[in-house]
Design a protein. Sequence first.
Lengths: 105, 337
Amino acid sequence: MAEQSIGWDVKKSALEVAWGDIEKRIAAAKQKVLTNNASPVLFFMEYRLMDTAILAGYTGFWQWQIKRHTKPGVFNKLSSKTLQKYADAFNISIDDLKSMTVHED
Amino acid sequence: MKIEFEHHQGAHCESGVTSNLLRQTSGGKITEPLAFGIGAGLFYVQVPFIKINNGPAIAFRNMPGFIFNRTCKSLGIPVTRKKFRSKETAARFLDDRLEEGIPVGAQVGVYYLPYFPKEYRFHFNAHNIVVFDKTGDNYTVSDPIMEFPSVLTSYELERVRFAKGALAPRGHLYYPAKKIEINNETIKKAIKSGVQKNVFNMLSIPGPFAGVKGIKTTGLKIKKWRDKLGIEKAGSYLAQMVRMQEEIGTGGGGFRYIYAAFLQQAEAYSPGNQLEDISAQFTAAGDKWRESAVHAAGIYKGRLGSQADFDAMGDYLVEISEVEKNAFLALKNIKWQ
């Protein structure tokens, strides 16, 4: 029965809808960062399919802190220790975080 | 030390893990469908007010850890379960068990699970694997959705054992505390107890959100989704529902097929209770879920979209609710032989 469901078109398209929604959110976040309306924290949060609650779990920050860190002005002043926590949560390097660089993994 | 453990691919992660963990103790008798049924795995709930991945929180089966616990309890096998606050203690506890030669079930999040198919990597934390070997820094794990055992570094394993978000596993481990011989009589009793527990969960939990009433509630809500959410978001919601129903590890049809298989296999241990006849009703329910998913796909792919289409979608669930109600009533009314 497990075999039946693999490659079933209905299921495949349900997955495609989910990923389509996610890609839209990622693109919107990217645009916001490029126009200096948000920091890369927002971009990677969407890229890693997280919300502030999940990111709070991984970083140990409060959700309100994370919301603050999504502002470019605040983000630019963050210490490297804080940035490292985000980098760990997103499984990337600090440089990638700052430059919004994505490596396939 | 080399641990005796056989990896088998399963349809559903937790019943697969349960069946794999009990394979030795039970002499292979506890197949995956039996584990699922004895563990009273079938369920339906739409958790109100909560969103998962920006969509409705719908589940077709029970909470993680429930099936293993229930199956062992019904078979008279004592269970050890542990969650951890500290990652170090969690790792040491696991290493000690492996040292003693005990394969251990672990709840993990799939998002950072490196071998997991990429398109299935969401922050889903109720996945189950068995850890059964450690060599150097590498753990060998048995994941029921994979064809072969996989290898994780200690860092990778720690990361998924301490995944964050809803249902965070917090290092959750479980295993049979003692080896106990299981005979056919025990299995027969366990089947009865599993069926009765599942009847209760689907028919008697108060409130409109759980069991067959929950299915109907979702059905009625779907009819309002088009006006309330707009066509695009309503489509995404339906896609999410179908994903939960047909996701890797469900056996398809929202676990209804695997439950039907359970009743069929149960017949051999517990004849004279019409389990095999009733099994057909669950296959029918599974087929209906599948049909409804095809209709839902018409909506989220943009082929359908009128209010009449949403009404029909809702009616599918109302009808399924009725089918499953009757199936569980049939189970409830068994005069156990």
